[in-house]
Structure formats: structure tokens, C-alpha cells
Design a protein around this ligand. Structure first.
Ligand SMILES: [Zn+2]
Ligand SMILES: [Zn+2]
Length: 361
């Protein structure tokens, strides 16, 4: 995804200080604010400079942006809030209704065998949960609730204001009650009125049989608690599968390499190999087997995700030429050579080369 160059948007350099960033933003925001600038592209430009400022003014997000060219979409504060920190007054009413909790993202590393067998896995999820003490409304149990004097229970205050952009009628959240329309004499002692508290929760995650590396599981309602009666967010778990010392996964097939001698390749043999599930099975090496050739063991691979059946186990044959020979072996190889001679050269070795490379890398 192409990212906007935030430095160019603000007309500054990567070395600019926080003060320079702020003053560049202030200048451009005044220039493009839709209340002053009536040209068609002003709202777009205003959003651009504001987005650039949001990222570059936050040292952590700026660092991430410098490193990765992206900021993960994590927005620390809204454009309206930001505008207000510069120019005062609220231009829009703050949300007061139920608010859905944030989605959470985690990563879980599992073994290949876990993907083959599936099953349950307990994971620890740090998240914001509804406060037990106040049931999420932020008031200390037994405290007295009164209608807010400042806003008369409406939760907002109106104010006519003169600014560089002209006259505004500002409707803003009541500063006394925070928009609730009522005040309490004591806020909840545990969550300090926030209605939520941070907890580490044990979640039981079902790992489906056949899941692959990079796939994501969604656990509905196990994200952060909502506010003011809003629903909880969801939990997303990204599955990473550790490398297996022997098997490599290709789709739902499991590939491994079996070392055999030139004699076994020429004569054929029956050999014992392990399966991913720890059993033994027999692989039949056909007489005249070639280096890099594979033997397919049906239905010994990874079960298909959400479907019947499973992949295969592919045994790649690695014909190992001895590096040293005993005296007896040497005599036998000499006899063998005298009897068989040199194989004819073929122009069609590319397929063999690719097979070997694929299997062994
Ligand atoms: Zn109020
Ligand atoms: Zn509380």
C-alpha cells in the first residue's frame, strides 16, 4: 500500500523538531480549515495535513512511521480533538451513547502437530473489562447522583465564540459532568470512574484441525469491554506454526527427505519412516529410484481445514554417494563400474535439477 509522505504534506524534513512540526501544522491548518477556505479541495487538504500531524507529533508513531512507513492505523486522538487543542472550543458533540469495545489482536505460536490434531489451548489475554465494583457506570456504590447544575442534565453546553474564522456557536460536552448529564459525589474507587479495568483473562481457544501458518482465528466478544452498555470487541488470534525439525508443510502435504544409498536406489528397498503423528509407516523405494524422486504416502499429511480428507506425506529420496570407501567397497564399486559403464548424457536434466533443489532446500 502506497503511503503518503507525511513530511512532504507538512512541508518539513525528516529532521524537523517537534516545534517545527507543530508550527508547520498550525500554519497549514489555518490555511485549509473548511470554515475559512471555501475551495473544493480544502477539506481533503485539511484532513491530509491533520493526519500527517497526528502521526508526526506523536514520537512513538513518528518512529514507527520512519521505520515502516506505516503507523498501524492506531489513531491516538480524533481530528476534532486535535483541532480544539489549537483553536479552542468543541465543534462537534462528543459521543455519549454506548460504545463498542476495541478489537484485540494477538499472535499464537503452535507446533505443526497442533495443526494436525487441533484442540483446545488456553491463552492469556490482557484487556479492559467492565469494572466489577461499579458494573461499568463508574460511580462508587452508594454514592449520591444529582442532575448536573451546569448543563441541567443535557450533557452539553452552548457558547458563542469569536475566533480567527469568524463567529461560532459551539456546542460542547459539558465539562462538569463529561456529557453524562448527572454528577455523582464519589467515583468508583477501583476504576476511578472509567467503568473498565485492566485484567488478564484466560481464554480457551479452539484450534481447528488443519489450520495453516498466517491464518487468523476470530473469537467473537472476547476483545475489550464496551462502554456505557456497548458490546465487547472481538479477539483476533494470528496463528504462527513453528518449523518442524523433519517435516516441511506444503499446502496440506508434508514433505521430508529420506537418505538412501546408491545400492538401495538401484535395487529398491522397503524402509521405515516416521509420520507426523509419531507412528511408523513403510515406504517402498522402487528399484531404479532416482535422486530427488518422491514417493507419496497417501493421507499421511495434514487434515484439510473444514473439509474431509487429508494431504499426503511426500518422501523425497536423497541418494547419498559415499565420501569414503573401505577397501572392500572400493573393489565392489570398481566391479560395478566395469559392468555398467558411464550413463549417457541427457539434455533433459532440468526437471531433475529442480526436483532435487526443491526437496533439499
Ligand atoms: Zn453537565
Ligand atoms: Zn468501577
Amino acid at each position: 500500500m502506497a503511503r503518503t509522505d507525511y513530511y512532504a504534506v507538512l512541508g518539513i524534513t525528516r529532521e524537523s523538531s517537534e516545534d517545527e512540526i507543530r508550527s508547520a501544522y498550525r500554519k497549514l491548518a489555518r490555511q485549509y480549515h473548511p470554515d475559512v477556505n471555501k475551495s473544493e479541495d480544502a477539506p481533503v487538504r485539511f484532513r491530509e495535513v491533520t493526519e500527517a500531524y497526528e502521526v508526526l507529533a506523536d514520537p512513538q508513531r513518528r518512529q514507527r512511521y520512519d521505520m515502516f512507513g506505516s503507523t498501524d492505523g492506531a489513531v491516538g486522538f480524533g481530528i476534532d480533538d486535535l483541532f480544539n487543542t489549537f483553536f479552542g472550543g468543541e465543534t462537534r458533540r462528543r459521543e455519549r451513547g454506548p460504545m463498542r469495545g476495541a478489537d484485540l489482536r494477538m499472535q499464537l505460536e503452535i507446533e505443526l502437530i497442533d495443526a494436525v490434531r487441533g484442540g483446545e489451548r488456553g491463552i492469556k489475554v490482557p484487556r479492559l473489562e467492565t469494572c466489577d465494583r461499579c458494573n461499568g457506570d463508574g460511580t462508587e456504590p452508594g454514592s449520591t447522583v444529582t442532575t448536573c447544575e451546569q448543563c441541567g442534565g443535557r450533557g452539553e453546553v452552548r457558547q458563542v465564540q469569536q475566533s480567527v474564522f469568524g463567529r461560532f456557536v459551539n456546542v460542547s460536552t459539558c465539562p462538569r459532568c463529561g456529557g453524562a448529564g448527572k454528577t455523582v459525589d464519589r467515583v468508583c474507587a477501583r476504576c476511578r470512574g472509567e467503568g473498565r479495568e485492566r485484567k488478564e483473562r484466560d481464554i480457551n481457544l479452539t484450534i481447528p484441525v488443519g489450520i495453516d501458518d498466517g491464518q487468523q482465528l476470530r473469537v467473537a466478544g472476547e476483545g475489550e469491554a464496551g462502554m456505557r452498555g456497548g458490546p465487547s470487541g472481538d479477539l483476533y488470534v494470528l496463528i504462527r506454526i513453528k518449523d518442524h525439525p523433519r517435516f516441511r508443510r506444503e499446502g496440506d502435504d508434508l514433505v521430508h527427505v529420506l537418505r538412501i544409498s546408491p545400492a538401495q536406489a538401484a535395487l529398491g528397498d522397503e524402509l521405515d519412516v516416521p509420520t507426523i503423528e509419531g507412528q511408523r509407516t513403510t515406504v517402498r523405494v522402487p528399484a531404479g529410484a532416482q535422486h530427488g524422486q518422491s514417493v507419496r504416502l497417501k493421507a499421511k499429511g495434514v487434515p484439510h481445514l473444514g473439509a474431509a480428507g487429508r494431504g499426503d506425506q511426500l518422501v523425497y529420496l536423497d541418494v547419498v554417494i559415499p565420501r569414503t570407501l573401505t577397501k572392500d567397497q572400493k573393489i565392489l564399486y570398481q566391479k560395478l563400474h566395469a559392468a555398467s559403464g558411464i550413463p549417457e548424457q541427457s539434455e533433459d536434466d532440468r526437471g531433475v535439477f529442480d526436483r532435487i533443489k526443491d526437496a533439499l532446500i
